[in-house]
Design a protein around this ligand. Structure first.
Ligand code: NCD
Ligand code: ZN
Length: 429
């Protein structure tokens, strides 16, 4: 039996912060209270630190198999633990595309063996993630997939999306949609607007996202499926989802930290660490995303952690791949820029990063702290400023526009089922 006592933390319980101890026995929270003792427990002093449920990230790219120079199941999950995440959803845009039940079963087993956090696996919607035949959703679910997604590309034809939503509904699987109309891209590499003109770069219009979203919402209504929109980026998408929710359509969505924090006017030069899909939009869009979270239209925050190698990202906006890393900086950036600035409450932020994502995807026993729950726990230091530096990253990807920023809220300890998955200054397994 292993026992741990987290002593004197500021523990987020039922939406309130209270100073108390947690006693963890084996994988579970055994007691919550003052002055807990046990002769055999390892005691970790977390005085003045925030003790939160392990965060839940519905959108990460682990690149494994196929692109392990960018990331592996091991390094991606270590990065998640470093960010305080204890459950992550792994996207299936890996090579080969795991579009058979056997491949999903293999990945699910590898995730469990090689990951240091809980990894939920997405199955692709279509074979090879291309237009055409659907994967076998029932078999994917039996093999352990928790949802389906073609993330990285939109489903280009309405017929496939309609069939996919019918299958998702029949198999009780959420469908997570990367919403992007290829025919409206026109070779764009950043948001269409004045900054793109200034930089002489081709732009991506908001309608590349919203036209497909409007189609999908109608199909979601027809089928009754749970449609989850990945990385909402535009004001119009927020409006469409708000209207769809009001009409009773079963739609949920996520927003990334970078779309909440940055806009295209912050792109000052040809730096591909600002290149991601969807692109950073206008300041007006950014504000609509913040408002959408605050009024409940947007359900949760997900990082879209998308590691690439330095060599790939050194090629400038035109040639570099889309995507930035996010696991290791999400909480501290959002805490620093939104909670400390009194735009979000700490309670709201923790909800959007833990309870809400677990709830909308029906993930059991995660996303909150309570007696008897699995000891998935993240501890954050809210009082000390630190600088975001790549030499602290456990991800192989260093492609972040936030390097050098000073933040509060770095992770000091992450427990997954009671075991240390990350400890600041300590060794990681
Ligand atoms: N977000 C990105 O810019 N890139 C992601 C794909 C995706 O999430 O759409 C990737 O896999 O690199
Ligand atoms: Zn995507």
């Amino acid at each position: 039996m292993t026992e741990t006592i987290l002593k004197n933390g500021r523990v987020w319980l039922d939406g309130h912060i209270q100073t108390c101890d947690l006693l963890i026995e084996n994988a579970k929270i055994k007691a919550i209270g003052q002055n807990l003792t046990s002769p055999t427990a390892k005691v970790i002093d977390v005085s003045n630190q925030l003790v939160a449920p392990g965060l839940v990230d519905l959108h990460v790219h682990l690149r494994d198999p196929g692109q392990t120079a960018k990331e592996t199941i091991k390094t991606g999950s270590l990065a998640a633990a470093h960010g305080g995440f204890t459950t992550i959803g792994a996207m299936p845009n890996v090579t080969p595309v795991p579009d058979t039940a056997e491949q999903i079963a293999t990945l699910v087993a590898r995730n469990a063996n090689e990951g240091v956090v809980h990894i939920k696996q997405y199955a692709p919607i279509t074979k090879q993630r291309r237009a055409g035949a659907l994967t076998d959703f029932a078999a994917m679910k039996t093999a352990g997939a928790f949802a389906v997604s073609n993330d990285g590309s939109g489903v280009q034809d309405a017929g496939s999306m309609f069939q996919a939503l019918k299958e998702a509904q029949a198999n009780d699987l959420p469908l997570a949609a990367h919403v992007e109309e290829d025919k409206l891209l026109f070779g764009g590499v950043m948001n269409a607007g004045a900054p793109a003109k200034r930089l002489g770069l081709p732009g991506i219009i908001n309608a590349a996202e919203t036209s497909q979203l409007a189609r999908d919402l109608e199909l979601a209504q027809q089928t009754g499926a749970h449609y989850h929109m990945c990385h909402v980026s535009t004001a119009e998408s927020v409006r469409l989802i708000r209207q769809a929710k009001a009409a009773g359509i079963k739609v949920t969505c996520e927003v990334t930290p970078h779309h909440l924090l940055l806009s295209d006017d912050m792109i000052k030069g040809d730096d591909a660490n600002f290149k991601m899909n969807p692109p950073l939009r206008s300041e007006q869009d950014r504000q609509a995303l913040v408002a959408g979270l605050l009024d409940g239209t947007i359900n949760c925050i997900a990082t879209d952690h998308a590691p690439h190698t330095a060599a790939e990202k050194q090629q400038g906006f035109l040639k570099s791949p889309f995507g930035i890393v996010g696991s290791e900086t999400a909480f501290s950036l959002l805490y620093t820029h939104f909670v400390k600035e009194n735009i979000f409450s700490l309670n709201q932020l923790l909800n959007w990063l833990s309870t809400k994502p677990a709830q909308i995807f029906g993930l059991k026993n995660t996303g909150y702290l309570g007696l008897g729950t699995v000891a998935d726990i993240a501890v954050f230091d809210l009082n000390t400023a630190t600088t975001i530096e790549t030499d602290t990253f456990l991800s192989k990807g260093h492609n972040s526009p936030f390097i050098g920023q000073s933040v509060f809220g770095t992770t000091t300890l992450t427990l997954v089922a009671g075991k240390v998955a990350y400890q600041k200054g300590g060794t990681t397994k």
